[in-house]
Design a protein around this ligand. Structure first.
Ligand code: T4K
Length: 387
């Protein structure tokens, strides 16, 4: 990758010297995986750090964790309510791997989360078995009270895709990960808290479910000779990832503070630019500033796609359109009769600007200059709206 490119995110990594002694320990012990000392320590430390979390099981990545969460809850057939506005790995692919049918429901225009007021109309008992995963999109809490009320009324499981919501607290410091039956975390390189590729975790309600999940992620082995059903998978996190995770945990708070400062600088700059709408920080929430989503409105001289191209062409700035296209538009899920107005509108207007803990002033300045040039009509290739 060219040095002068600015990407939508950059992983935060610990000092290499700090990793060296942990690697030496792994080499010396010969314990590389299957619940070694770093794995056990990271599970314990994450429970402490996340607050209010008692049972956590580490995974090799968020996607396998999600597939396993469905199996752990025995969601094994029928239809599952989910959002069209997310990364493809989440609802639909995990559902398909479990032979479940996704039923998409539109999102709220401001939070970009599943619109709880539209869930009941999509429930068709007895086919509907779960609501999954109401993504806490960009780390903003979903409408968890209403979702839980509906789930209780219809006897449905709720599994939260909390891939964007590491360390998010709400309502006076409570962990968002308490919501639902299970929450799923991703520690991918592009996430606020990363353990390389990949890493992830399930947050579970009780010891019994944790035990079942620990079996399932180890091929279903309960002991040397017994395998529990469903058959399970290899979803284990290895010792290298776990050791790295311990070091990442030491600096996660300062990483989030640095992201917060970048986000607030964007807010100041964008206030002066007509037609760009930065996502509001959610109220009563300690947010993680994992993404910097901006809506490109009609009053901006360029369309979202022209602005996206302009960033690439003029500035070498690789902004991203998370989440475009909608998952419900992928060929395997497409239903021409289904319309998701808010999700479709958001997918056409969303642009995620670069945000990461060591985004420096110079690069930030380049991003803002590119935006200002576009706003003032000084753009290279694009012709502007309606021309
Ligand atoms: N649920 C949700 C809601 C998710 O967003 C995701 C993943 C999942 C579940 C699944 O969790 P995992 O199974 O991944 O644990 C990225 C990530 O690959 C994906 O994990 C993530 N969501 C999604 C939103 O974004 P891409 O296709 O955008 O990745 P890529 O490689 O284009 O990376 C984006 C930019 O990040 C690059 O331009 C440069 C930078 N980058 C990336 C990598 C991989 C780095 O600087 N270093 C790196 O190592 O999907």
């Amino acid at each position: 990758m060219a040095d002068d490119l600015i990407t939508v995110t950059r992983p935060s990594l610990p000092d290499l010297e700090k990793l060296q002694p942990l690697l030496e320990e792994i080499w010396k012990s010969g314990r590389l995986t299957n619940g070694g000392r770093f794995h056990e320590e990271l599970e314990a430390r994450l429970c402490e750090y996340l607050g209010g979390v008692e049972h956590l099981s580490l995974f090799t990545n968020g996607t396998i964790a999600l597939v396993t969460a469905l199996q752990a809850m025995r969601v094994t057939g029928g239809e599952v309510i989910t959002t069209p506005y997310t990364f493809a790995a989440t609802p639909p692919h995990a559902l398909l791997w479990n032979k479940l049918k996704p039923v998409f429901v539109d999102i709220e225009p401001d939070s970009f989360n599943l619109d709880a007021s539209k869930i009941e109309a999509a429930i068709t008992p007895p086919e509907t078995t779960a609501i999954l995963p109401p993504v806490h999109c960009y780390g903003t809490p979903a409408n968890i009270d209403e979702i839980q009320r509906i789930a209780d009324l219809y006897g449905l499981h709720v599994i939260y895709d909390a891939a964007h919501a590491f360390a998010v607290r709400y309502r006076g410091g409570r962990s968002l990960l308490e919501a639902g039956d299970i929450s799923v975390l991703s520690f991918h390189a592009t996430k606020v808290f990363n353990t390389f590729e990949g890493g992830g975790a399930l947050i579970l309600k009780d010891k019994k479910t944790k035990q079942r999940v620990d079996y399932l992620k180890n091929f279903g082995f309960a002991n040397e000779t017994t395998v529990v059903a469903p058959p399970g998978i290899n979803g284990k996190m290895n010792e290298f990832q776990a050791a790295l995770g311990l070091l990442q945990l030491e600096k996660i708070d300062s990483d989030i503070r640095a992201r917060q400062s970048v986000y607030r600088k964007y807010r100041e700059e964008l206030m002066g630019i007509e037609g760009l709408q930065l996502m509001e920080e959610p109220v009563n929430t300690e947010w993680n500033y994992s993404y910097c989503p901006v809506l490109v409105n009609e009053s901006f001289p360029l369309s979202r796609d022209d602005l996206y191209s302009e960033f690439r062409k003029q500035g070498g700035i690789l902004v991203r359109r998370y989440f475009y296209p909608l998952v419900s538009d992928f060929p395997m899920y497409f239903d021409p009769s289904a319309v998701f107005e808010n999700a479709a509108d958001t997918a056409q207007r969303i642009l995620c600007l670069p945000i990461y803990s060591d985004l420096n002033d110079e690069d930030f300045g380049r991003i803002i200059s590119c935006l200002r040039e576009a706003a003032n009509g000084h753009h290279g290739g694009a012709s502007g709206r309606g021309q």
